[in-house]
Design a binder for this molecule. Structure first.
Ligand code: HEC
Ligand code: HEC
Ligand code: HEC
Ligand code: HEC
Length: 406
């Protein structure tokens, strides 16, 4: 993927973090008490990209322009959260099955882990910003008065440092961390220079960055990249840097600022970056009042933090098993999966006995059996049911609740 990644570094980073997180997950999972949220935080959101190719999705779908054209470009459409992606995949099975039959391809099956990785990757696709525009960036650089204090390519003010270095400090988190770290000082300077502090809309910073990349002094050979943000490390950084002193995540943590899982944070990398900047003017003075040391970030820490904030929305709706029971009946699943009387034969397996333990297991099971389920539905004259994300969230909770061993 794009997004300024150096493979070697990624691998090294994953190996280390993976080891730690793997040990942690291994112990906690076994005990059945892994913190609920961690199940939905990947170490490396890009890991599933290989499956996108090996499981043939790429034959029909592009990601940012690369790949087939039969289906939509999955980097362009808003795929939504886990339950929404699950619903869309389910809704999509018959069409996909038909295409696989026509092209004489074998229906790809997934292990539970692969499903987790692929869905995580699909969710991550909306994190990446669409191609940035250097001309728009140049306009913004003037409109937002950056040019009064900063120079790029030898043109502009000298109150603040030259911004050419972001030509080589290539990955977006470099400038994100710098904007944060210099934020309070910049605010003061703006006040003394009587310049209004600008707010950023979603794509402003990536466009400004595109302008710096196009016009700034710098050598391509010296560009520096960062590893893909690791949400699990980001969670730790969130705690260590004192964010949780003021912010909760689904009710856990401080109450001074908003709960960041409830806020509409998903956006994209540049959206989250803008939010951090825009709210800084209230947040930073508040930190001073609370006597919290202003936290600064290394670029990789910022990459991890932002990735964590993005993944807070991976599970946006949490389903309710009792509602799911209704959905199960309403969508005709019950017809084939629940015996009319105890001991009766059913057309499909008893889902209480399949041993499904997580949302990803349920999706994998549905996926792997989809062609056969569809055949049986056709035989029984049942139309393939379609799901909204809330229905899917409820359904999955219900199926999981059937498993008494969980
Ligand atoms: C043979 C062609 C084909 C293959 C292979 C294929 N898809 Fe699709 N996909 C489509 C088409 C066509 C659509 C448009 C929706 C529809 O008609 O179901 C679609 C829709 C989707 C959607 C919903 C998009 C939306 O905005 O609602 C998702 C998600 C998706 N595909 C994921 C995948 C994944 C993941 C794979 C690989 C495991 C895959 N597809 C393989 C053809 C394909
Ligand atoms: C009133 C002057 C002023 C304006 C306007 C201003 N800045 Fe700054 N900026 C500064 C100063 C001063 C610093 C250095 C602060 C410090 O020492 O930490 C700085 C630091 C930065 C840094 C960190 C540089 C580094 O190498 O770490 C970035 C990035 C930056 N500004 C971007 C911008 C952008 C983008 C805009 C326009 C949206 C802007 N600034 C507007 C004064 C300004
Ligand atoms: C001293 C308390 C405090 C600390 C510490 C703090 N924040 Fe905030 N934060 C706030 C307050 C208050 C707001 C709301 C400000 C506003 O409405 O402009 C806020 C707003 C935000 C928002 C915007 C939320 C939204 O969608 O409206 C984000 C994102 C955010 N903070 C992230 C962070 C991160 C990341 C950290 C740690 C690096 C952090 N905050 C540390 C108090 C704090
Ligand atoms: C017409 C009958 C029929 C209907 C309706 C039906 N299924 Fe099934 N289902 C089956 C059959 C048959 C299998 C076993 C397929 C196989 O052997 O590959 C199955 C398998 C499954 C599995 C995989 C179980 C395993 O062994 O891992 C899941 C999960 C599942 N169905 C969920 C559902 C859901 C959810 C619905 C409602 C939206 C539904 N099914 C509706 C017949 C049906």
């Amino acid at each position: 993927m794009k997004c300024g990644t150096s493979r070697g570094k990624v691998r090294a980073a994953i190996a280390i973090v993976g080891l730690i997180a793997g040990i942690f997950a291994g112990i906690a999972y076994g005990a059945g008490n892994r913190p609920a949220d961690d199940e939905f935080l990947p170490e490396n959101p890009e890991e599933g990209s290989a499956l996108f190719t090996s499981k043939l999705c790429i034959r029909c779908h592009s990601v940012q322009g690369v790949g087939g054209r039969t289906g939509p470009d999955l980097g362009e459409v808003q795929l939504g959260s886990l339950s929404e992606i699950t619903a869309k995949l389910w809704n999509h099975f018959p069409r996909m099955n038909e295409a696989f039959t026509i092209e004489r391809l074998v229906w790809p099956t997934f292990t539970n882990t692969q499903t987790r990785k692929l869905v995580t990757f699909l969710y991550y696709l909306n994190f990446l910003d669409k191609a940035a525009n250097a001309e728009v960036g140049e306009k913004l650089f003037h409109e937002k008065n950056c040019v009064r204090c900063h120079s790029v390519g030898g043109r502009g003010g000298t109150v603040g440092p030259e911004l050419d270095s972001f030509q080589e400090r290539y990955a977006i988190p470099y400038i994100t961390a710098a904007l944060w770290n210099s934020g309070p000082k910049m605010m003061e300077t703006m006040l003394s220079e009587k310049v209004q502090r600008p707010a950023f809309r979603e794509r402003d910073v990536v466009d400004i960055l595109a302008y710096i990349r196009a016009r700034g002094f710098g050598e391509e050979a010296r560009r520096r990249y960062l590893a893909v943000g690791n949400p699990i490390s980001g969670k730790e950084i969130f705690r260590k840097k004192g964010c949780s002193y003021c912010h909760s995540v689904r009710g856990n943590g401080g109450k001074i600022g908003p709960d960041l899982a409830r806020q509409p944070l998903k956006g994209s990398l540049s959206y989250i970056l803008s939010e951090l900047w825009n709210h800084g003017s209230n947040m930073w003075p508040r930190m001073k009042r609370e006597r919290i040391k202003f936290p600064t970030f290394k670029p990789q820490e910022m990459a991890d933090l932002i990735s964590y904030l993005y993944f807070l929305k991976f599970r946006d709706v949490v389903g309710t098993a009792s509602h799911g029971a209704d959905v199960f009946a309403r969508k005709n699943c019950k017809l084939c999966h629940t015996p009319k009387r105890p001991g009766d034969e059913t057309i499909g397996p008893n889902l209480a006995e399949v041993g499904l333990k997580s949302s990803f297991d349920v999706l994998a099971a549905m996926w792997n059996h989809a062609p056969r389920i569809e055949d049986r539905m056709k035989e029984e004259g049942i139309r393939w049911p379609l799901f909204e994300k809330e229905e899917m969230a409820d359904l999955v909770e219900y199926i999981l609740s059937l498993n008494k061993e969980r």
